[in-house]
Design a protein around this ligand. Structure first.
Ligand code: ATP
Ligand code: MG
Length: 403
């Protein structure tokens, strides 16, 4: 079988990197997801390059490089304001604990490098003329829409249990079916996922959850029992199922988490944050997701008002209305848009007074009252009770005995 992909876009930009390596006598290919996506006719974002050159040899050939993962053979090459990851062909050996190899060995053979890759559809190599090397019949699997491990699935999942999550994630992104042996090996080995760092599972889980064919992905996630080995998911099946029925696309990662918490019946921020902490999310992600949840719950019984919009911030407010719409619950984008556009201030820093100004206006000493006064002024400004203008605020504070 001979496939050919036109060299354009990102591949064309990166071609000088490939050709520099080749002209120096090394083999070099585009590999990984970029080649898969090109064969599927999808737009390619970043391209990965694999080469027979060892890291020191790569570094000698390019003027500007950064050691991003030199112990794994990855060097970043900087060229024309772009950066490219160039990785030495390698094999991985002696997996002790179902995760990542203990050591990598650099090799000069492309086939050895492709053998260590997870799935047949991720194990293509593409030359500078767009011709494809396909040692594991990946093309056939692409055509037949099949997710199949490279080599013996059982062994490959023992080497790195994350590959099971990746298989399901690609099923969800591409709408492919798991090949029978690959499927069965996941069923048998699903518990090995417990050996994998949650951060790595999380990345694949989010990609699965946001996949355009999530029904297919989720089906595989359930029938293989993989879901049981994800943080807090043992009781999460119903929530996940409801989540997978939401119309696509789900636009942002924080929507995944907010919706999941919602379907799990989480009623407050604290409980939601505790669940998301198990998933090792960043504090920012936890805060945003639980805010979305809180506002969704609030909106079940109350309309929007300027202070809510101010407190939750416009993006969270808008996205909440979006989520309510997705859920076919009452929503009000018209009011949201109006309140967002007429918000007198966006943050405390925009108030036309501050502690020093208030102090100058009174003979009182500073103290707790000062913070309270500013808070009250803030609320009054947001609600439109007083203009955001120094004199007006001061008279309002005096009238209301806050100073
Ligand atoms: P995406 O488009 O989401 O980035 P991708 O296939 O490029 O998908 P990456 O995680 O960027 O996925 O990995 C790049 C390539 O590295 C994969 O295509 C695959 O060949 C290989 N790879 C990644 N993770 C593993 C793994 N756990 N085991 C074996 N090979 C892997
Ligand atoms: Mg990639």
């Amino acid at each position: 079988m001979t496939m050919n992909v036109p060299i354009k876009g990102e591949f064309k930009k990166a071609l000088p990197v490939l050709e520099t390596l080749q002209e120096a006598g090394f083999e070099a290919y585009f590999v990984g997801g970029s080649v898969r996506d090109a064969l599927l006719g999808k737009t390619v974002n970043d391209v990965d390059i694999a080469t027979s050159a060892f890291p020191e040899e790569i570094k000698r050939l390019f003027r500007k490089t950064v050691d991003v993962g030199i112990e794994h053979g990855t060097v970043m090459v900087l060229m024309d304001d772009e950066s490219y990851e160039v990785t030495t062909f390698r094999t991985e050996s002696t997996y002790q604990d179902y995760r990542r190899p203990d050591s990598v060995t650099f090799v000069r053979s492309l086939k050895e490098d492709l053998k260590r890759r997870d799935l047949t559809i991720n194990a293509f190599a593409m030359d500078n003329d767009g011709s494809i090397q396909d040692f594991f019949d990946g093309e056939k699997d692409l055509k037949e829409q099949i997710i199949r491990a490279v080599g013996k699935p059982e062994e490959r999942f023992h080497e790195d249990a994350l590959r099971m999550m990746r298989a399901v994630r690609f099923a969800s992104q591409l709408g492919f079916q798991l090949e029978a042996d690959t499927f069965y090996a996941i069923v048998v080995n699903a518990p090995l996922l417990e050996n994998i760092a949650v951060e790595r599972i999380q990345v694949e889980f989010v990609k699965m959850a946001m996949g355009n064919n999530v029904l297919q992905g989720m089906e595989a996630f359930f029938t293989t029992n993989l879901y049981e080995y994800c943080p807090g998911m043992k009781q999460g099946k119903v929530a996940l199922r409801r989540f997978s029925l939401i119309p696509r696309p789900v636009k942002k990662e924080r929507h995944v988490w907010a919706l999941l918490l919602y379907f799990m019946g989480v009623q407050n921020i604290k409980e939601g944050a505790a669940f998301l902490k198990h998933w090792k999310l960043s504090n920012q992600m936890i805060s945003d997701s639980t805010k979305l949840l809180e506002l969704m719950l609030y909106r079940h019984h109350s309309p929007l008002n300027p202070y809510i919009v101010y407190k939750f911030t416009p993006p969270i407010v808008w996205e909440t209305e979006d989520l309510l719409e997705l859920l076919k619950l009452p929503f009000d984008k018209r009011t949201a848009a109006r309140l967002i556009h007429t918000l007198p201030i966006q943050s405390r820093g925009e108030i036309d007074i501050n502690g020093r100004i208030i102090m100058e206006e009174t003979s009182n000493r500073g103290g707790r009252w000062l913070g309270e006064a500013i808070s009250m002024a803030e609320k009054a400004i947001v609600l439109g009770a007083v203009d955001n203008e120094r004199e007006a605020i001061i008279s309002w504070l005096k009238e209301n005995k806050y100073m």
